[in-house]
Ligand binder design. Structure first.
Ligand code: SF4
Length: 334
């Protein structure tokens, strides 16, 4: 019998997303995934960037913060480092993650921390009236734009693959059950998972609409959206895989992430079980960190080469943050 139900992940906050926004499907899928995994709400943290999607933490009944523009991954990473047993998710839009936040999107993959990043892709900056976001194609013009986009499209999945995310998928916001399954898998994956969600913005983007995504006559009578799982696609790099085998999977993945337009694949593109997950046993507590950083700075000042003589890494284990202290705000750790 389930201990937690979807009502345990609801929030009393008033939701101000536009009617029919694809965000609602993602929110529902998120809550469904939590139910499926039976995660205690107080052991989940959802961090949001800036934009319509960035408000998600208000609408789920878990811990969470509406953070800064493009900075959602550093917040999420910090939370995971401080409390490794916490289930951590970062959510944000394509403008947030691929524009100002692109540096964090790329570099976060290098650490392979065990958390999930969900990128809502609607092609526009919805919160600020529909300017073109980085996923809009050059030459496309939505009803919110006075001119066609004059910059090319960033491909979120290709970027995630090149950066080194170890689990990569694409979902669709109106296929809620399927998306919930993807989120469930992403959370269960031991490492950094990335999900791009195709999320129509009915208010500003009249190009990539629900009708467009679900078209059955895109070119040859086949639906535009199709499922990788129905096409014998192999996404998994097994633990201990040879370099050649791993590269074969990544090359096939790259070919798939380039598909767009008439045929758009959804599902799991990559599941890398070979790349090690970051060891995150804790980070230095405030007092200790300040002291050790000051020592490092003093060493550097006294060292004519300019290099620090202090190995900061060596103090990490001694200075692990006490999760209880954080929760109670007790500075003395009592
Ligand atoms: Fe959704 Fe677009 Fe409205 Fe934002 S502006 S809430 S993305 S429909």
């Amino acid at each position: 019998m389930e201990k937690f139900t979807s009502s345990d992940y609801r929030s009393p906050q008033n939701n101000d997303w536009c009617a029919s926004c694809g965000d609602f499907g993602i929110l529902k899928a998120l809550q469904q995934a939590f139910v499926q995994l039976q995660l205690s709400p107080d052991r989940i943290a959802v961090f949001g960037g800036i934009g319509c999607s960035g408000k998600t933490p208000y609408y789920v009944g878990t811990n969470g913060i509406h953070t800064l523009h493009g900075r959602v991954l550093p917040f999420a990473s910090g939370a995971k480092l401080a409390d490794p047993d916490l289930t951590v998710l970062a959510v944000g839009g394509d403008g947030d993650g691929l524009g100002i936040g692109a540096g964090h999107l790329v570099n976060s993959a290098r650490h392979n921390l065990d958390l999930t990043y969900i990128l809502f892709n609607n092609g526009v900056y919805g919160l600020t009236k529909g300017q073109p976001a980085p996923t809009l194609q050059r030459g496309e013009q939505t009803r919110s734009m006075p001119h066609a986009a004059n910059s090319g499209r960033l491909n979120p999945l290709a970027l995630a693959l090149a950066a080194g995310y170890t689990w990569i998928a694409r979902g669709y916001s109106y296929a809620v059950d399927e998306l919930a399954g993807l989120i469930q898998q992403a959370i269960s994956h031991p490492g950094l998972a990335f999900i791009e969600v195709l999320q129509p913005c009915p208010t500003y983007n009249d190009l990539h609409t629900r009708e467009w995504y679900e078209a059955e006559d895109a070119g040859d009578g086949e639906p535009r959206l199709y499922r990788l799982a129905e096409h014998n696609y192999q996404s998994c790099i097994q633990s201990g895989a040879t370099v050649n085998d791993a590269n074969t999977v990544r090359q096939n993945c790259y070919a798939k992430v380039l598909e767009w337009g008439m045929h758009i694949p959804i599902g799991v593109f990559l599941q890398d079980l070979d790349t090690p997950v970051a060891a995150h046993g804790g980070i230095p507590a405030e007092k200790g960190r300040a002291e050790h950083l000051q020592n490092a700075i003093d060493d550097a000042r006294n060292n004519s080469s300019g290099h620090s003589l202090t190995d900061i890494e060596s103090c990490y284990g001694d200075l692990k943050i006490d999760a209880c202290r954080l929760a109670t705000g007790d500075e003395n750790g009592q």
